[in-house]
Design a binder for this molecule. Structure first.
Ligand SMILES: *Cc1c(COP(=O)(O)O)cnc(C)c1O
Length: 393
């Protein structure tokens, strides 16, 4: 048995492989430069072009581009009417921004535990958390696998709630033959560099609801509304409290150029995932991610779970051993209710969400991004086999 790098052996590879990385090519660079040389570097035509392109891609009527995925969630929560004293239900297994967006509006994030197979929010758990103050449900399409949107929409209709789908992991994913962006009242995407396509920082809200669309645009731009009025053509009025959540035109030019590659990016991610699935079928210490037959995941991340009972060590040691082999493994995510902030502010405690906690104790995210070569993929597989073999009980 080859000794682990963490014990002084030779690492599987010499160069560190990150878990995610952007793909920027000459075309992307040329599109950005073109806008930088033009008259409008912000609030110009590229923003709307990017929005239209995204609405088309999703089969939705409207899209609003903003400065980040977090800003998109904030705007969506605001126009959904979440305000002081309201509750919104979301999963504890998500990035902090999902819960924080609810809090920006004065609302309380109420967590509902996950399903053990897809790791998405469990509709049965959502039902248990409903209260007269519930206004919205924010499912997260974890790792790129859409949540149970049919069941969630039924709960929302029965209780007059708004569904804001956090699809920051799941652009281009499909649920029962329909794409993300056509499954909820509002769907949110992020264009951070680790996501499928990037604008550096950036985000988008997609919706079929004209009222939401108009309010999102107002919220993005200080609450300003323009009326042709007796004051003259320069005139505008502040009609509500808004922010500056705008994105620049050169970022949108990058987004448009990235959109040309989105389908090929997703194909490559799915190819890497199926390579992993095949290789790990024989590694009995790990559980591979579930993909339901009515879903096409877009694999923002590839998360395995360790059968820790079959290993002499826990997740922490396996993660450190993988990093020593120069494989950039990660953890997505520490359940939100375990963070001091949500415990202090909202009264959550360890033990509140047992399935999320059990998942967290066993989860490891492996590298997956379109620029990865087949050789990189083989290195990850080699390292996983090496580490699990060394720690086999
Ligand atoms: C990335 C991400 C966000 C936030 O997006 P930013 O563009 O980084 O602000 C929100 N929710 C989830 C699930 C994410 O993965």
């Amino acid at each position: 048995m080859e000794p682990l790098a963490i014990h002084g052996g030779a690492p599987v590879r010499t160069e560190f492989l990150p878990y995610g990385h952007q793909w920027i090519d000459e075309q992307d660079i040329a599109s950005v430069v073109e806008v930088l040389k033009s008259d409008w570097i912000t609030q110009g035509a590229k923003v709307e072009e990017f929005e239209n392109r995204m609405a088309d891609y999703c089969g939705a009527k409207y899209a609003v581009a903003v400065s980040s995925g977090t800003a998109a969630l904030h705007a969506a929560c605001a126009v959904a009417g979440i305000s002081r004293g309201d509750e919104a239900i979301t999963t504890p297994i998500t990035f902090a921004a999902t819960a924080n967006a609810i809090m920006y509006c004065g609302g309380k994030p109420v967590f509902a535990d996950i399903k053990e197979d897809t790791l998405n929010i469990d509709p049965e758990e959502i039902r248990k958390k409903l209260s007269p103050r519930t206004r919205a449900i924010l499912p997260v399409d974890f790792a790129g696998h859409p949540a149970d949107l049919d069941e969630i929409r039924v709960i929302a209709e029965e209780n007059k709630l708004i569904v804001i789908e956090d699809a920051c992991h799941a652009i281009g994913a499909e649920y029962k033959k329909k794409g993300t962006g056509s499954l909820a009242d509002m769907t949110v995407f992020s264009f951070h560099p680790v996501k499928h396509i990037t604008t550096g920082e950036g985000g988008m809200i997609v919706t079929d609801n004209k009222g939401f669309y108009e309010n999102l645009k107002t919220f993005r731009h200080h609450g300003i509304v323009k009326h042709s009025s007796r004051e003259g053509s320069w005139h505008y009025e502040i009609d509500s409290l808004g922010y500056n959540l705008r994105i620049t035109d050169f970022q949108c030019a990058l987004g448009l150029s990235q959109m040309n590659k989105l389908d090929s990016f997703i194909r490559r991610r799915r190819e890497i995932a199926s390579g992993y699935n095949e290789a790990f079928a024989e590694v009995k210490e790990i559980i591979i991610p579930v993909e339901k037959d009515y879903v096409r995941s877009s694999y923002h991340i590839y998360v395995i779970q360790l059968r820790t009972g079959m290993l002499t060590v826990g997740r922490k040691e396996v993660l450190e051993a993988m990093r020593a082999e120069n494989i950039g493994v990660n953890v997505h995510y520490m359940p939100l209710h375990l963070h001091p902030f949500y415990q202090r502010e909202l009264g959550y405690n360890k033990g509140d969400y047992p399935r999320a906690e059990r998942y967290y104790d066993r989860a490891i995210t492996l590298p997956i991004f379109p620029k990865m070569s087949d050789h990189d993929v083989d290195d990850v597989i080699k390292a996983i086999k090496k580490v699990t073999l060394n720690y086999r009980s």
